[in-house]
Design a protein around this ligand. Structure first.
Ligand SMILES: Cc1ncc(COP(=O)(O)O)c(C=O)c1O
Length: 417
């Protein structure tokens, strides 16, 4: 049994300590600046962008030896063909692994690619999975709509309803999967109970930690098997790239890597180098976004034009206690309803001067969106309400601007309704 100290200093034991290849077990910001840095012939401080379609061998003997090493499971820092990776991608993966304290991480072209490839690899016809509600809509669509076409059944249970979760387990259940914090209501998974339930029933556990980032929570430290990310959000951090990642034990990630090499769900060197650059500031961005979002949530909850605010630092939040004991912070997304209807919320959004009207989250620029008229637009009002999406709901992703400016801007916009 290894002892691992998670980010919030609560000691836990897990059966298999996660140590990244680089062996770096340092703080988040040290890892995000240094982990996976390669030495290179140019002595350049930044990782070289190496982006060939294929790689050469000097002779057939080298080729044979390379292939043999691969068969023996050796992780040579090269491949024979670009669809299986390249040095820039490997450097990004190494950094991601160190940040999540995973044995191995794997980069994809988007968060949905990471999620769909991982689930396709782990599940087969006749299997069953359980996911929690309030997950990213496309993830739910993939698990219910697409996986079911391949004979894989899915049950959705309310987040943190461990009785419902246990009751949903069937003899063919393979894995349980949740998001934390969730999109858009910032619900927090009780990660300790989720991991324990998976272990008791010998199920694989997966957590989409996009909204948390390793700065606020490291699911693997709590005994979760795999963590997935939309790296498009906080990990990239600048609203300028699409990427996804999965991290966890080597034997699981290696299988997903092989599957990725077959289906070609790979990222590219340019995106990997942008991600490496974005990751360098993960700690300072998240520290600021955690603080600013908390201040904004407090401001909104005291504002007479605001009906409800969802942010876990507020005592009114359903997982306030879980947040305090398991999470270091809650990230930059604050959701709230205004007093009024769909048009009232539209007027507030249009009156805002600083955040840009766009979906996505987690970047340097504040973004604002109204789920009812974008992510859930084609659903009827009653279908939306069944999913908890109110017409007057606004999702605000706090960037790194000065929080005083963001609050003054919100105040003037709210005062126009
Ligand atoms: C929690 C979560 N997971 C996964 C995704 C999908 O990521 P991507 O857009 O990079 O495919 C998103 C996108 O918004 C998300 O919010």
């Amino acid at each position: 049994m290894g002892t691992i100290t998670p980010i919030n200093d609560i000691a836990l034991t897990t059966e298999q300590p996660f140590t990244s290849k680089s062996g770096l077990n340092q703080g988040i910001s040290t890892c995000s600046v240094h982990a996976g840095r390669t030495t290179n012939p140019y002595h350049s401080i930044s990782d070289p962008l190496v982006s060939p379609a294929t790689f050469t061998f000097d002779n057939t003997q080298d080729c044979r030896q390379f292939m043999e090493k691969k068969l023996w499971g050796d992780t040579a820092n090269r491949t024979e063909y670009g669809r299986y990776g390249n040095p820039t991608i490997f450097a990004a993966e190494e950094r991601l692994a160190a940040l999540e304290r995973a044995q191995e991480a794997l980069l994809f072209s988007s968060g949905m690619q990471a999620i769909s490839t991982t689930l396709f690899h782990l599940l087969k016809n006749g299997d069953h999975l359980i996911i929690t509600d309030n997950m990213y809509r496309k993830t739910r669509q993939f698990c219910t709509g697409i996986l079911e076409r391949y004979g894989i059944a899915c049950t959705i249970v309310p987040i943190n309803d461990f009785t419902a979760l246990e009751q949903a387990i069937q003899p063919n259940t393979r894995l349980i999967y949740s998001e934390s914090p969730t999109n858009p209501h910032i619900r927090l998974l009780d990660i300790e109970k989720f991991a324990a339930l998976a272990k008791n029933h010998q199920l694989l556990s997966i957590v989409d930690s996009t909204f948390a980032t390793p700065f606020n929570l490291r699911p693997l430290d709590w005994g979760i098997d795999l963590v997935v990310h939309s790296a498009t959000k906080y990990l990239g951090g600048h609203n300028d790239l699409l990427a996804g990642a999965v991290a966890g034990r080597k034997e699981i990630v290696a299988g997903i890597r092989d599957f990725q090499g077959v289906v070609g769900a790979i990222s590219d060197a340019y995106i990997a180098s942008l991600l490496i650059r974005g990751l360098k500031t993960l700690g300072i961005r998240l520290e600021r976004q955690n603080q600013s979002a908390q201040q904004i949530a407090e401001f909104l909850s005291a504002h007479p034009k605001v009906e409800n605010v969802w942010y876990p630092s507020l005592t009114t939040h359903p997982e306030y206690a879980i947040g305090k004991s398991q999470y270091k912070g809650f990230g930059g997304v604050v959701s709230f309803t205004v007093r009024g209807d769909c048009e009232t919320a539209e007027r507030v959004i249009d009156a805002l001067q600083i955040p840009l009207l766009a979906v996505s989250l987690g970047g340097t620029e504040s973004l604002v969106s109204q789920p009812a008229i974008i992510s859930y637009f084609e659903l009827s009002k009653s279908e939306r309400l069944a999913l908890g999406i109110q017409d007057n709901l606004i999702r605000y992703s706090v960037g790194i601007e000065d929080v005083e400016d963001l609050i003054a801007d919100l105040d003037q916009a709210l005062n126009q309704i």
